[in-house]
Every structure is written in structure tokens, then in C-alpha cells.
Design a protein around this ligand. Structure first.
Ligand code: ZN
Length: 256
């Protein structure tokens, strides 16, 4: 895990398999998302940029099967990416320059993606950021930012969500080949399988889930998710489901 970006990802991973049925202690669990504005210096061009940051948030309910958190964290997504209007740099933190970012920002491919009218603006920002990470060979970060672009497309009813998901699969697989920690536990295969199924790649989704279930890796909840994914893929169902949709989910969580 190479950048500060992974703090929110850790929150996502933890949120994925736990449900918060009620707020027992309001003093320790924020009941609403709080945000604040700040002015930071863009590490790519040196200009000052006004950004909005998350002060606090919470997650109430099951995540989607691809780890997308429930509300209220779900709605904080626009604050997971920062954009410099002066130079076009897109990053989790503008005040941190990723290796080689300058060359990518100057490329035609980057400029085209930044203004691509076939995607929502926030998806373009995530995809540009993913491009910078990929150039720096930080494939896991690139993959996650591409997943976030897919979520942004989902929210706009934009069909390019499937394109983003297949790009994310490629990046996760590259990450796996490069020993970037991805693919060492069943959670990773839950994510890969959902990306494939949501993209309509049902046979590949079944293969991914089956390979994971046949492996030595063990986790009761992940195994239930993968079995559920196989059922959905056999039905050629590419809709969004949450962990709460797994059959007998409440008993599963009581046992674990
Ligand atoms: Zn800038």
C-alpha cells in the first residue's frame, strides 16, 4: 500500500462485511457527514486550489457486493478525488505528486479523458487519476480509481460503467501478476467476480468464483458471497446487489 489514499480504502474494506444496525453511542459514531473547505497547493503546477474534505462520516447498512459502502459514506465519493482547474491534475490529494504525473497530464490521452463527454465529470477525474497511477505502475490504486469511475457512471445511469469495470479487472489482474498483495484473500475474488458479473461477463464471473472457492483460502462470508455470485451469473443477472441480499445473511453474521 503505497499512498495515503489507502486510508479510505481500509474503511471501505472494513465496512464491506459489517452492518451497523443502530448507533449505540452517538458520541463515538457521527450521525451525519461533515465536510470542510480548505485551500491547498497543487503539487503539479503550484497553484492554489479550493478543495472540500470529509470531516467525519458513517456507514449504516450493508455494502454492495463490490465493496461500495452504504450511506452516508456512499455519498462522500466526490471528495475522494481532487481536481486542479489550472493544470488538470486529478489525484486523491493534489498536494502529493505521483511519479511521472507531469508527463501524463501533458499527454493527449489524458486531456481527452478529462473532457470526455461520454462520462460524468467525476468519472473522468477518477479515470485520469487511474491513468497517472497506471503510468507509475501503481496498479492497485489505478484499479480502485477505475472502480470508483464505474460507481460514478452507475449513479448517472451511464452505460460506460461496464467499460470501467472491465478496465478495473485488467488492472487488478496486472496488480495480481505484479505481487501487489491483490489476490491473496477471498475478498479480492469477491470484488473481481462482481466486476465481471456486473459487466455481463457471466462465464468469467463463474470461473473466478469457482477458482476462489476451490482454493485453500477460507472465509465463511466470502464463500457465501461467491456462491451467491455464481447463482446470479447463471441467471445472467448483472444488477447491483448488497451483502444483505445473500441468502441467510443474518445467520451468517451471527455465526461470524
Ligand atoms: Zn495544478
Amino acid at each position: 500500500m503505497k499512498s495515503a489514499f489507502y486510508l479510505p480504502l481500509v474503511v471501505l474494506l472494513i465496512a464491506a462485511f459489517f452492518m451497523t444496525p443502530a448507533i449505540a453511542d452517538p458520541s463515538s459514531h457521527p450521525t451525519k457527514t461533515t465536510v470542510f473547505n480548505d485551500e491547498i497547493e497543487c503539487a503539479a503546477c503550484g497553484e492554489k486550489v479550493e478543495v472540500t474534505l470529509i470531516g467525519s462520516t458513517n456507514t449504516m447498512g450493508y455494502s454492495d457486493l463490490d465493496m461500495r459502502p452504504a450511506e452516508m459514506q456512499r455519498s462522500t465519493m466526490p471528495m475522494w478525488i481532487q481536481y486542479c482547474p489550472h493544470c488538470g491534475y486529478c489525484a486523491s490529494s493534489l498536494n502529493f505528486l505521483i511519479d511521472g504525473a507531469g508527463d501524463v497530464i501533458d499527454s493527449e490521452e489524458y486531456k481527452t479523458q478529462l473532457e470526455n463527454e461520454n462520462y460524468p465529470e467525476i468519472a473522468n477525474h477518477f479515470l485520469c487519476s487511474a491513468m497517472i497511477y497506471e503510468n507509475a505502475e501503481e496498479y492497485l490504486n489505478a484499479a480502485w480509481h477505475t472502480v470508483y469511475a464505474a460507481w460514478a457512471c452507475d449513479d448517472s445511469g451511464n452505460d460506460n460503467a461496464a467499460v470501467c469495470r472491465m478496465q478495473a479487472v485488467e488492472l487488478f489482474e496486472t496488480s495480481m501478476d505484479r505481487d501487489e498483495d491483490f489476490g491473496t484473500n477471498l475478498v479480492d475474488f469477491c470484488i473481481l467476480t462482481d466486476l465481471l458479473r456486473r459487466s455481463g461477463e457471466f462465464h468469467r464471473a463463474i470461473d473466478s468464483a469457482t477458482e476462489a472457492l476451490d482454493s485453500d483460502m477460507e472465509d465463511d462470508i466470502c464463500e457465501a458471497i461467491l456462491e451467491f455470485q455464481i447463482e446470479l451469473a447463471l441467471d445472467e443477472d448483472s444488477e447491483c446487489y448488497t451483502v444483505g441480499d445473500i441468502p441467510n445473511v443474518d445467520e451468517l453474521f451471527k455465526e461470524n
